[in-house]
Design a protein around this ligand. Structure first.
Ligand code: AMP
Ligand code: MG
Length: 471
């Protein structure tokens, strides 16, 4: 397999990473490979189906030009500072500049222990790998900035979690795997050489218009505010918005116990490890600003006039709220088919969300069916919904249906469906995975007989109330 590597992180100061080969596995077998993404990366899609492909994506065979390494980073986990995280089970194979001119990382997650593994085994179980593959590709299909899945393989080896599970590796593609926690790692150590090198690297790679740390902060905040608004518009809960899981490039990264809301509730939490609801649906924008405050803090040592920088950076972080509110209005106005949103539209949106919350209406299906009886069917209090719908209709024009069709997915990767697919995969049957993948990567397509079951909200006994990292 020819991968046109062009590695830049490997040329950064040595303390920023550790050269690290993946640990070979017994009997790799391909679960899936992403021909569309391969083509963008300059990999011949035909190479994905040769037997060697499973060896490459399992880390058994290192392709020419790779410079495998594990990145150092730190982070705040649930608000608590952890100075030493890093790629504990991921190896960056290298970078490629795609046919679209964008540089991207190719990383193997679940590739074996590294110096940053702490107590972990460096491996991934098949469930979280399938979940990340499905959800990241669905997010991409819905136009949300995200890491993507290039391939997934089973390893032929068990991993031991609560029980023994089949092991797997996901080949993940990201604009980079640099996190807020990467900056924090060097700032906390007072390693100015690395902090400067990292900042220069990130500006050149992701924000070439930025003329220094202050503008970088501003641009990262802008992207992150928009990203969170997109999540909110899909009823998406990331679940672990720790600073080590915040991509500096503004992509959704680290799909662990993430979930899409079925019946709407603004305080919904799925992650079993999020005991106090820190990362609940409605907390995401506030936590986003908290994360940007940590990023700002990590950049301060780079500034000549630190007092001035503290004032400026504080203002920039506080400004995230406004950026978020603007993005949120754009996202939700489009969901209602409003072409020219204004501040006056906010109550129309929030009133609908309030009705949805009161009745636990299905988030995706309300928006996907607005204008038809199927939306009304989601509500218990139909009179209240009808009154709202009358207000809504006076605000929309003939372009509404078209705007809504592009803003409201018919199909999201629902938690109960993912669980069914994982159960089958754990038993060696990947047909449900492939069917679901094909369905959720066409989220805006009109429903057909085949796809309609994926749009159905879970029955009471199908509901998933808890999701797990599986690490
Ligand atoms: P996560 O919760 O997946 O974002 O991971 C937090 C930290 O734990 C990161 O440094 C991971 O690399 C590390 N980690 C998670 N799972 C494992 C594992 N099975 N083995 C080694 N390190 C792990
Ligand atoms: Mg992580």
């Amino acid at each position: 397999m020819q991968i046109p590597f062009d590695n830049s992180y490997a040329r950064l100061p040595a303390q920023m990473f550790t050269p690290q080969l993946p640990t070979p596995v017994k009997a790799p077998q391909l679960i899936a490979a992403n021909a569309d993404l391969a083509a963008i990366l300059g990999i011949d899609p035909a190479d994905l189906t040769v037997p060697e492909a499973a060896q490459v994506f399992a880390g058994n065979h290192i392709p020419d030009g790779a410079a495998p390494l594990a990145q150092a980073y730190a982070g705040h986990q649930f608000g608590n500072w952890n100075p030493q995280l890093g790629d504990g089970r991921a190896v960056l194979l290298g970078e490629v500049v795609g046919t679209d001119g964008i540089r991207r990382d190719i990383q193997l997650k679940g590739a074996g222990p590294t110096p940053y593994s702490r107590q972990g085994d460096g491996r991934a179980a098949i469930g979280p790998v399938m979940r990340e593959y499905l959800v990241s590709e669905a997010m991409h299909a819905m136009g949300v900035p995200t890491t993507r899945a290039l391939a997934a393989v089973t390893t032929g080896e068990p991993v031991y979690r609560e029980t023994a599970l089949p092991g797997a590796v996901i080949a993940r593609v990201a604009q980079s795997h640099i996190r807020v926690g990467t900056f924090q790692f060097f700032a906390a150590r007072g390693d100015m050489a690395a902090l400067r090198a990292l900042t220069d690297h990130v500006i050149a790679r992701h924000y070439p218009q930025a003329d220094g740390p202050a503008q970088l902060l501003d641009m990262v905040i802008a992207r992150y505010a928009k990203l969170i608004a997109r999540w909110m518009g899909l009823g998406f809960i990331h679940g672990v918005m720790n600073t080590d899981n915040v991509s500096i490039a503004g992509e959704t990264i680290d799909y662990g116990p993430c979930a899409f809301i079925d019946g709407f509730h603004p305080n919904a939490v799925f992650s079993a490890i999020d005991q106090f609801g820190r990362y609940a649906y409605s907390n995401q924008p506030g936590i986003g600003a908290w994360n940007m405050a940590q990023f700002a803090t990590a950049l301060i040592p780079l500034m000549e006039d630190r007092d001035q920088a503290i004032t400026d950076f504080t203002a920039a972080v506080h400004g995230m709220q406004d950026r978020y509110e603007t993005a949120w209005l754009d996202v939700f106005a489009a969901k209602l088919g409003i072409a020219d949103p204004s501040e006056d539209d906010r109550p129309l949106i929030t009133d609908l969300l309030d009705l949805m919350a009161q009745d636990g209406a299905d988030f995706t299906n309300v928006f996907a069916n607005l204008g038809s009886d199927h939306a009304r069917d989601q509500f218990l209090n139909r009179d209240a919904f009808d009154a709202w719908a009358t207000r809504w209709q006076t605000r929309t024009s003939d372009t509404a249906a078209q705007i809504m069709a592009q803003a409201n997915p018919q199909i999201i990767p629902r938690n109960h469906r993912i669980e069914q697919v994982i159960q089958a995969g754990q038993a060696g049957d990947f047909a449900p995975f492939h069917t679901m993948l094909a369905t959720i990567t066409a989220p805006y397509a009109p429903l057909t007989e085949q796809t309609a079951p994926y749009a159905r909200a879970p029955a009471k006994d199908e509901q998933v109330t808890r999701t797990f990292c599986g690490t």
